[in-house]
Design a protein around this ligand. Structure first.
Ligand code: AMP
Ligand code: MG
Length: 416
């Protein structure tokens, strides 16, 4: 076997030449899945004021140090503090304020006694009579029932670091700090090209020798999944004019990346190769990867270009392994891969290339067990449909005995 390019080296070579896109302001409701383009600093404390964690009575804790069933302590209720109000006065020793969850602590109080620990029974909204006594039969610790200023975030704290992907928690946090928009990295625009005389658009009938173009759809969806904005070109026919026309059309849209599938294996490469060499400089690599050995990478008029293998599984796996890190770099996020480990549930053989086997995962005690999803043919997309994960068999491990522990890359949350 002539020498094959190591997968990690290929990724390194690709990433070297790629630059992260610039920032843009986006509304918070658009931020899910987007990448923070800058650190986000809290402009205020959260919570902005000390407040009660429960419905009860704000007190001076030391008033209660001797409290017990045998020594009930009576405090005079001097005010009522509903949520959203600001207390008008301070608490003195011997006094209490009725306080609602989230309402500001009055000056002088340093603990909140839950209403359940007092003689008073109230329904939300019931009035309380100022001047009445509240009886407490238990001591309370300083700080109990109080949420402190800046407990969640302090003004000046970095709450989200550049490169973080916004999820619901980050979006809620940013909203809590009163910010209605954020700076996110612009989404990479990616154009997808399929080629081949055998490919038929989905709305046309299938005639002998033809198949439907599935790669355009799986690749578009992968682009979306990893934060890009895909555009799909019409299928290129196996003629120089058609291939050239589709690539020219793709470049006219000024995308951040072009991905084609098919036409990079020996024998089919010449047509596409000819057009690529007119439009830029592209290297044809043979990667130590299964499925997905042939791969083209280069630049067409400055636009990064990936030529993926045509077989539907190979196209998807090379995307996951090689294109994804590149797309993430353009969008400014670090590799968010979700890897775990699993033991092989059966014997697996490979040809010695690093192999990404499509597997289902089942739980056995405290480990995942991986079983192949039927045929591993690089043309059989059902092997991906059924897969929970890709099991990564390292280079040169030609036989994986049952029970061998290997890394897996999750494709979805496995069913327990
Ligand atoms: P090629 O690299 O052109 O020889 O294609 C390799 C294999 O992938 C052939 O079986 C093609 O029919 C298949 N193929 C290529 N492009 C697509 C596509 N867009 N959708 C489904 N299968 C494809
Ligand atoms: Mg072809």
């Amino acid at each position: 076997m002539t020498s094959l390019l190591n997968v990690d080296r290929a990724i390194e070579l690709i990433l070297m030449g790629l630059e992260t896109k610039g920032p843009e302001h986006i509304g918070l409701t658009e931020a899910l899945g987007r990448v923070a383009a800058t650190d986000i600093i809290a402009p205020i404390n959260l919570p902005p004021f000390a407040n009660s964690a429960l419905d009860g009575f704000a007190v001076v804790a030391s008033d209660m140090s001797e409290a017990s069933e045998d020594n009930p302590i009576g405090l005079t209720i001097v005010m009522d503090i509903p949520a959203g109000s600001a207390p008008e006065q301070a608490i003195q020793r011997g006094e209490a304020a009725r306080i609602m969850t989230g309402a500001p602590m009055p000056e002088g109080a340093n603990a909140v006694v839950p209403v359940e620990d007092t003689n008073i029974d109230w329904e939300a909204g019931d009035p309380v009579t100022v001047g009445d006594k509240v009886i407490i039969t238990r001591p309370v610790k300083i700080g109990a029932g109080v949420r402190h200023v800046g407990e969640s975030a302090k003004a000046g704290d970095t709450i989200i670091t550049k490169g973080t992907i916004f999820r619901s928690a980050e979006i809620g946090m940013v909203a809590g700090l009163g910010m209605s928009d954020v700076l996110a990295t612009q989404q990479p625009r990616v154009t997808i090209i399929s080629s081949g005389d055998e490919l038929v658009p989905l709305h046309e009938p299938l005639t002998p020798g033809k198949i439907y173009d599935s790669n355009s759809y799986s690749l578009m969806t992968l682009v979306k999944e990893y934060g890009g904005i895909p555009t799909r070109m019409p299928v290129a026919r196996d003629t120089l004019e058609s291939v050239r026309g589709v690539f020219e059309g793709a470049l006219a849209g000024r995308p951040d990346m072009i991905i084609s599938s098919a036409g990079v294996s020996v024998g089919t490469a010449d047509l596409v190769r000819g057009v690529l060499s007119e439009l830029g400089s592209v290297d044809f690599w043979r990667i130590n990867l299964r499925p997905g050995k042939p791969l083209a990478f280069g630049h067409l008029r400055g636009v990064p270009f990936f030529g993926l293998p045509g077989n539907p599984v190979s196209a998807m796996v090379t995307f996951e392994v090689i294109v994804r890190p590149a797309l993430l770099k353009l969008s400014g996020s670090s590799d968010q891969d979700y890897y775990t480990t699993a033991v092989a549930g059966e014997r697996i053989t490979t040809d010695g290339r690093r192999s990404y086997e499509r597997v289902t995962l089942t739980r056995d005690g405290n480990q995942w067990v991986a079983h192949l999803t039927g045929t591993q043919s690089s043309g059989a997309l059902m092997s991906m449909v059924l897969a929970d994960a890709l099991m990564i068999v390292p280079e040169d491990m030609k036989v994986v005995e049952p029970g061998t522990m290997l890394p897996v890359k999750l494709l979805r949350q496995p069913r327990l």
